[in-house]
Design a protein around this ligand. Structure first.
Ligand SMILES: Cc1cc2nc3c(=O)[nH]c(=O)nc-3n(C[C@H](O)[C@H](O)[C@H](O)COP(=O)(O)OP(=O)(O)OC[C@H]3O[C@@H](n4cnc5c(N)ncnc54)[C@H](O)[C@@H]3O)c2cc1C
Length: 394
């Protein structure tokens, strides 16, 4: 009898990474994606050096590198005074230390690189318009239940369907995600529309009380990615809702005019209300395992959710190889290696949201003083636990 494939639920960055990794380990995979087409939203994403190790592992290093913009700095501005607080240089010493660069890339380009590699791989089958509802298992295989379709059988199941994963719900039963109350508005504008004196080759963060703004160039400097966030204490989750510029502007009257002006240059704003979940250790149910946002959804403040999903795929496939295809042992080793690292990013993202991104009053003064005092080497030491990872280590 032919080998049953592994089923991967979800064709986002996490699901495609898992499929590429498993195929590298010689395991056939079937990716089931709910949407009618595989793709990503039109916005940017930051990718740390840890993600570049993953690209190389998946055999897409060259293609991914060709799509990226290599920024010089992570720059932190005080949104109230308009002054720079500090910057982390991303030049040669950074690259040498972490054996890879830090970059920014358009999400569709990044997803496209992974998708092309999946399409070219005879061990990977991609199916769209397949909405996963749940699973049943018998100890040697898993049967995936789908909306309006016949069930599909696989050797194992990877739940990579993001924040609202039905597989996680069946496994963990932890209900709706935590609504952070943070509203994030995104816009991508032609570079000519960005004020000339703000066209920095940096991922820039303007941090202010209850709010922040992020911008960086994308697509070979053809466009700028704008992300504007305000902690409005909203209680309902929203994803990608078109909103007016007036709505985005609300609450930013207190920050410096230069920072405020960034909002004026954006158009076609879309709103997300950010959600995350508390870290958990229950990632496995027999031959079913969670990966990416389904396992560890986080606030975006370390800019690492997609990087962690890519690392997960590396680790999972590495463990499948290491344990000679023994699913039970590989899943446990994968979970044991990934839980602490991803939980640290989940919890740390909440903390830096509070203490760095949205600090006010004395908290902001402490932030500025502490961050100004750091040298580039201090920063590299402090971030080495994160950027020094490859997915193959803890
Ligand atoms: C504002 C913002 C900025 C961010 N910035 C960064 C950044 O700079 N760097 C970074 O690394 N990360 C960043 N992230 C996080 C990153 O976007 C996510 O962590 C990452 O996309 C997770 O990938 P995933 O594949 O696990 O989940 P998803 O991207 O959510 O993909 C899940 C896939 O599963 C599909 N699906 C859903 N339900 C089903 C179902 N029932 N059946 C089948 N398929 C289904 C979906 O259609 C989707 O294709 C940011 C997030 C936000 C919100």
């Amino acid at each position: 009898m032919a080998q049953l494939p592994f089923i991967v639920a979800g064709g986002g960055i996490g699901g495609l990474s898992a499929a590429l990794g498993l195929a590298r380990a010689g395991i056939p995979c079937r990716v089931l994606e709910r949407a009618k087409e595989l793709g990503e939203i039109g916005a940017g994403i930051q990718i740390g050096p840890n993600a570049f190790h993953c690209f190389d592992y998946y055999g897409v290093g060259e293609e991914a590198r060709s799509k990226a913009v290599y920024i010089d700095q992570l720059r932190l501005m005080d949104a109230l005074s308009g002054d720079e607080i500090t910057h982390i240089p991303l030049d040669e010493p950074f690259r040498k230390r972490f054996r890879n660069p830090y970059a920014v890339v358009h999400r569709a380009d990044l997803h496209g690189v992974l998708l092309d590699a999946c399409k070219a791989n005879p061990l990977i089958e991609l199916r769209t318009d397949h909405c996963v509802e749940g699973y049943d298992q018998d100890g040697s295989s898993v049967t995936v239940r789908l909306t309006g379709r016949d069930p599909i059988k696989g050797a194992a199941l990877i739940g990579a369907e993001g924040l609202r994963s039905p597989i996680r719900q069946q496994m963990v039963k932890d209900g709706e995600p935590r609504v952070s109350g943070h509203t994030t508005y995104r816009s991508v504008i032609p570079t000519e529309q960005m004020p000339e004196d703000l066209r920095w080759n940096a991922a820039t963060l303007w941090a202010g009380p209850k709010c922040h703004i992020v911008h960086y160039p994308l697509k070979g400097w053809k466009v700028f990615n704008l992300v504007v966030t305000y902690h409005r204490d909203v209680t309902e989750a929203v994803a990608g809702k078109p909103v007016s510029k007036e709505e985005v502007r609300q609450g930013f009257e207190h920050i410096s005019p230069r920072a405020q002006s960034i909002i004026e240059h954006g158009n076609d704003w879309k709103l997300w209300v950010l959600c995350d979940r508390d870290p958990i250790t229950e990632w496995i149910d027999g031959r079913v395992v969670l990966l990416g946002d389904a396992a560890h959804p986080m606030m975006q403040y370390f800019a690492q959710g997609a990087c962690m999903a890519m690392e997960d795929g590396v680790c999972l496939s590495h463990m499948m190889e290491k344990f000679g295809g023994d699913v039970d042992k590989a899943f446990v080793a994968y979970r044991d290696q990934r839980v602490v690292r991803t939980a640290r990013v989940q919890l740390g993202s909440r903390l830096i949201g509070d203490y760095i991104y949205h600090a006010d009053g004395a908290k902001a003064l402490v932030r500025n003083a502490a961050m100004k005092a750091k040298s580039a080497e201090d920063w590299y030491d402090q971030l080495s636990w994160l950027y020094g990872g490859t997915g193959l280590d803890a």
